[in-house]
Design a protein around this ligand. Structure first.
Ligand SMILES: [Zn+2]
Length: 366
């Protein structure tokens, strides 16, 4: 990846042919070699299906996964193992992170941003989580997502209380996880939607003290002046969850995730068994929500505008980028990811009780 030809080759003839090999999935594949560093590659190197033995139509996979289908149900549908399905989620999740990183700064609509935590759990109910999401207030375009594992609290039986106390004593739970999550979101907003003259950055949140603490500590708050205002609008979380509620966007995406993501449905056998895998599936879903799904289910059939389109990104750009995302492999070295997105891409989020880090194929880090 250090080769100058990796990103912007200076000469069109930077490569030469280097024989071929046969594969069951793709037939005869021609290889090439870089004239500068000698590294070999093939046309497959630049496809989402790189190194995959079983080909998947990602546009089809994207649609099916967004309809509340669990990993095991997908494995039955595609006649492959659950691990192969998660591998496709990982590939598509990275493609969606790259697509979003490239396009989200083109969202020109001037509007507030709702930030709130979606609550679910990983591994077992002893490990509740909080996935903080930033969503634009009017156009419902999701900007960022970040995960935190929390300590279990609330009503428990005596036995559950004992187990919970035991786990808290042997495991390292992150301190101030909600505050850290909120700061991650603010860092992304500072990069992509900084306040500007005549366009203050207004955050709509509930009254969590952690949010206010993080808000007051952030450079966006300290560095504001008359031309660059950063404002927090707090809404009581018990206010009616209607369309008029300023936190409607947060309530809306919360409901959609609960409905469309099998792992987040309440009282079922489905739940996230691995945090990093769950975040990849979430990014697949958010990519679907922003760039594929119609913004209104009741809109006329001819109105196919997506949330990204409503947020101000040109239709032609969205359509072209979507085709690229389903076919052409995104390289980590060619995009500038936020901290949260880097965590998701490299699968760095730790799963409670799991020893060691998650497996990351070599091709994902290039
Ligand atoms: Zn090279």
């Amino acid at each position: 990846m250090d080769c100058p030809n990796h990103c912007n080759p200076a000469n069109a003839d930077w490569w030469e042919r280097f024989g071929y090999h046969r594969t069951a999935a793709f037939g005869e594949v021609t290889r090439f070699a870089c004239r500068t560093c000698g590294k070999t590659f093939s046309t497959q190197t630049f496809l989402v299906n790189y190194w995959a033995k079983r080909l998947v139509d990602y546009a089809d996979f994207h649609r099916v996964q967004a309809e509340g289908t669990s990993v095991r149900a997908l494995s039955r549908h595609y006649h492959v193992s659950p691990a192969a399905i998660q591998n496709r989620f990982d590939r598509l999740g990275r493609q969606m992170i790259a697509l979003h990183t490239t396009l989200c700064r083109a969202a020109t609509a001037v509007e507030d941003v709702c930030v709130d935590g979606f609550q679910s759990f990983d591994v077992s109910q002893y490990f509740p989580n909080n996935i903080t999401l930033a969503t634009t207030r009017s156009t419902l375009f999701v900007l960022e997502a970040t995960h935190a594992t929390l300590r279990r609290s609330g009503a428990m039986t005596e036995e559950q209380h004992q187990r919970s106390t035991e786990l808290k004593s042997i495991l390292d739970f992150e301190e101030c996880a909600i505050e850290r999550s909120f700061t991650d979101i603010l860092d992304r907003l500072a990069r992509d939607r900084p306040p500007a003259p005549g366009r203050p950055l207004i955050l709509v949140t509930d009254e969590k003290l952690e949010y206010t603490r993080a808000f007051r500590k952030h450079p966006l708050y300290h560095c504001q002046d008359g031309q660059h205002r950063f404002i927090q609008l707090q809404i009581n979380s018990r206010a009616a969850r209607t369309r008029d509620n300023p936190l409607f966007a947060a309530n809306y995406i919360d409901r959609e995730l609960r409905k469309d993501q099998a792992a987040h449905r309440r009282e079922t056998a489905c739940h996230c068994r691995n945090v990093a895998n769950g975040m990849m599936r979430l990014w697949c879903y958010l990519g679907w929500h922003n760039y594929v799904k119609k913004h209104r289910i009741k809109a006329p059939a001819t109105d196919t505008r997506t949330h990204a389109r409503m947020a101000g990104i040109a239709r032609s750009v969205i359509e072209a980028s979507r085709i690229v995302a389903y076919h052409t492999r995104a390289f980590l070295s060619r995009i500038e990811l936020s901290h949260c997105d880097m965590q998701a891409w490299l699968k760095l989020s730790r799963t409670p009780l799991k020893k060691g880090r998650d497996y990351l194929p070599h091709y994902a880090s290039g």
